[in-house]
Design a protein around this ligand. Structure first.
Ligand SMILES: O=C(O)C1=C[C@@H](OP(=O)(O)O)[C@@H](O)[C@H](O)C1
Ligand SMILES: C=C(OP(=O)(O)O)C(=O)O
Length: 438
């Protein structure tokens, strides 16, 4: 993906001169696209993804699967159906090298896949990827029969010595630092000789909707999955060994990436429509309907999509975000512009996301004149009049979009490296200025 050089330096965040009124076509979901790619690669027949997200994280996933021998053909369908990827599974091969960038989905979902390759698969990535937790996946795969060389920290870089198959079976992990450990083991589980039974043994498990997304997508390709919700034991997921079907899947818009646009309607008292908002979804971004309504807006799901309308007032909120942690930066930005304080709870694990998001939000909002303090598991945000300044983004796409939200209401905010939004949201600056009618 080529980056616009104007966006890697400082970007003047547009200030809204009035209420926004726009329809914004939000690109496909990162979480759905990367699960769909993995499942299609592990299937016993070719499959299709329509309207896949083409962003840094999903291109890294596609590139890694190609490196392992999977065929991925790209094309454009007939009118209105958009781009598609046709995925042609193949015997997975090593030696291979995988660049995970800083994509949690790639660094967690692919080591289990690599155990099925017929040779060594080396995993490496951005400096930050070395600091993100991976022990749940590494320890579990070893317990299930895999040979993995790492430097003993339970993190990247590492080599998975694929043996062509993995025994699988029951395994216990502590996934309190990332739900992606559970998703990773479940996604490849049907291809392990004995399937897999994952038991989470740690403190609270974050991002449950993302685990439900994994389960739903596995079932949609024919896997048998038993879950706590389907009458199983609490914190235990079981996937039966079996072949996966190749399917034809249309990727939903990324509802977490719809957040800055809905926030724009909220903070300017305007209106934003997001077409193709699904009536039923496991995406955590769907919770924005409720959260941003509590913060002062209103929404309606219509034939044209989700229509979100701001009232002109923005209220603070006291909310547990443990299920929807990736929404925290955008909610924090809106909360800094509200008429009352906010408490965001349940998100201690964000300290190990793209950056330490709790520290980064605190520092950057306070440098614009805000009053944010970190708590053990979240943020207290007391709104104050803000002023312009540079909003640093720490190579975190959601920091950049949070800064853009602030810039709508605060003059002279410049955002460092807005191009980092390309991790999951290609062309964000263009979509943003398009929304503002610039
Ligand atoms: O499985 C997924 O697609 C994701 C799970 C969540 O990870 P954590 O549970 O590590 O927060 C989420 O924050 C991330 O953006 C995407
Ligand atoms: C935490 C996130 O990403 P990742 O998939 O890299 O964990 C995110 O997108 O907010």
């Amino acid at each position: 993906m080529t980056l616009n050089p104007a966006h890697t330096a400082l970007w003047s965040a547009p200030h809204a001169s009035g209420a926004v009124d726009a329809t914004v076509h939000v690109p496909g979901s990162k979480s759905v696209t990367n699960r769909a790619l993995v499942l299609a690669a592990l299937a016993s027949e070719p499959g299709w993804l329509r309207r896949p997200l083409r962003s840094r994280d999903t291109l890294l996933m596609a590139g890694a699967l190609r490196e392992l021998g999977v065929g991925i053909e790209e094309g454009v369908g007939p009118d209105g159906t958009g781009e598609f990827w046709r995925v042609i599974p193949a015997g997975l091969r090593g030696p291979a090298t995988v660049d995970v960038g800083n994509a949690g989905t790639v660094m967690r979902f692919l080591p289990p896949v690599a155990t099925l390759a017929d040779g060594p698969v080396r995993f490496d990535g951005d400096p930050r990827s070395y600091e993100r937790p991976l022990h749940g996946v590494i320890d579990a795969l070893r317990a299930l029969g895999a040979r993995i060389d790492d430097d003993g920290r339970g993190a990247l870089p590492l080599t998975v010595h694929g043996g062509g198959a993995l025994e699988g079976g029951p395994v216990a992990i502590d996934a309190s630092s990332s739900s992606q450990f559970v998703s990773a083991l479940l996604l490849s589980g049907p291809r392990f000789n004995q399937g897999v039974e994952v038991r989470h043994t740690g403190s609270a498990l974050p991002s449950m909707p993302h685990i439900r997304m994994t389960v739903d997508m596995l079932r949609a390709v024919g896997a048998q999955v038993d879950t706590p919700e389907s009458g199983g034991e609490p914190n235990v997921w079981r996937v039966t060994a079996g072949a996966l079907l190749g399917r034809d899947l249309t990727v939903e818009p990324d509802l977490s990436n719809a957040q800055p646009f809905l926030a724009a309607a909220l903070v300017t008292g305007g209106r934003v429509t997001v077409p193709d908002w699904p009536a039923r979804t496991t995406q955590p971004g769907d919770r924005l309907r409720e959260i941003f309504t509590e913060m002062g807006g209103s929404c309606e799901l219509t034939d044209h999509g989700l229509v979100f309308t701001g009232s002109g007032a923005v209220h603070g909120i006291d909310v547990d975000l443990s299920e929807v942690g990736e929404l925290t930066p955008g909610i924090a930005a809106v909360a800094a512009l509200a008429d009352s304080p906010s408490t965001l709870r349940g998100v201690a694990h964000l300290r190990l996301h793209e950056t330490d998001r709790l520290a980064a939000l605190t520092k950057e909002i306070n440098e614009l004149g805000g009053d944010v303090t970190e708590t053990a598991d979240g943020l207290h945000i007391r709104p104050r009049p803000l002023h312009g300044g540079t909003f640093h983004t720490y190579e975190d796409h959601r920091m950049a979009t949070a800064g853009a939200i602030l810039g709508l209401a605060v003059k002279d905010v410049t955002i460092e490296n807005v191009a980092t939004t390309a991790k999951t949201l290609p062309d964000f600056p263009e979509l943003w200025t398009g929304m503002l009618g610039a």
